[in-house]
Design a protein around this ligand. Structure first.
Ligand code: THU
Length: 162
C-alpha cells in the first residue's frame, strides 16, 4: 500500500545526557522523582516509578506507582501524583512533571515514557487549566524534555466530544 500523507504530525523535544544539563528547578524535580521511586509499592513488577510535579504555586508533589494483586487495580506514579495534587490544590496548574524509574532497585539508563492512560490524563490537565506543562523523562544516561504533554498524544479524546 502506498502512503501519500497530506499531514505529518511531529513535535520538538530536547535530549540531554545528564540532569546537570537541566535548569536548577527541573534538576531538583528529577531528583525528587528518583527519591519517591524508592517508595513505590511494586512487588509484582519490581519496576518502581517516581513522578514529581512542579505546581504553579511552587509546591512539589510526588507519587510512586502502587500495584495490586488484581493487577489493573494498581496505578501509575504519574497519576498518583496528579490526582493527589488535584485533591490538595484543585485550582493550581502543573508547570512540569519529571518521571524516572528503578528496575530491580537500580536506576534505569533510559527515559521512561508515560503510558497511554497517563498521557490521556496529561491532556485533560492541560485543557482543564488551559496551560501546557513540560514532561521530563529521566534515565541515568538519557533525559528527554518535551514542552507540552499533549504532544505525546495526537488525536486525543477530549471533553468536547461528550
Ligand atoms: N508504570 C508507571 O507507574 N508509570 C509509567 O509511566 C509506566 C508504568 C508502572 C505501572 C506498573 O506498576 C509498573 O510500572 C510496570 O508496568
Amino acid at each position: 500500500m502506498s502512503v501519500n500523507p497530506q499531514h505529518i504530525y511531529n513535535f520538538p523535544f530536547e535530549k540531554f545526557e545528564s540532569a546537570d544539563q537541566l535548569n536548577k528547578e527541573e534538576k531538583a524535580l528529577v531528583e525528587k522523582a528518583g527519591e519517591v521511586a524508592t517508595r513505590a509499592y511494586a512487588p509484582y513488577s519490581n519496576f518502581r516509578v517516581g513522578a514529581a510535579l512542579l505546581l504553579e504555586n511552587g509546591k512539589i508533589i510526588t507519587g510512586s506507582n502502587q500495584e495490586n494483586a488484581a493487577y489493573p487495580s494498581g496505578l501509575c506514579a504519574e497519576r498518583v501524583a496528579l490526582f493527589y495534587a488535584s485533591s490538595q490544590y484543585p485550582d493550581v496548574a502543573v508547570k512540569a512533571i519529571a518521571i524516572t524509574a528503578l528496575r530491580n532497585k537500580q536506576p534505569i539508563d533510559e527515559p521512561v515514557p508515560p503510558c497511554g492512560s497517563c498521557r490521556q490524563v496529561f491532556v485533560e490537565w492541560e485543557k482543564r487549566f488551559d496551560r501546557p506543562f513540560t514532561v521530563i523523562m529521566a534515565g541515568k544516561k538519557k533525559i528527554i524534555r518535551i514542552e507540552q504533554a499533549g504532544w505525546l498524544l495526537p488525536f486525543n479524546f477530549q471533553s468536547d466530544f461528550l
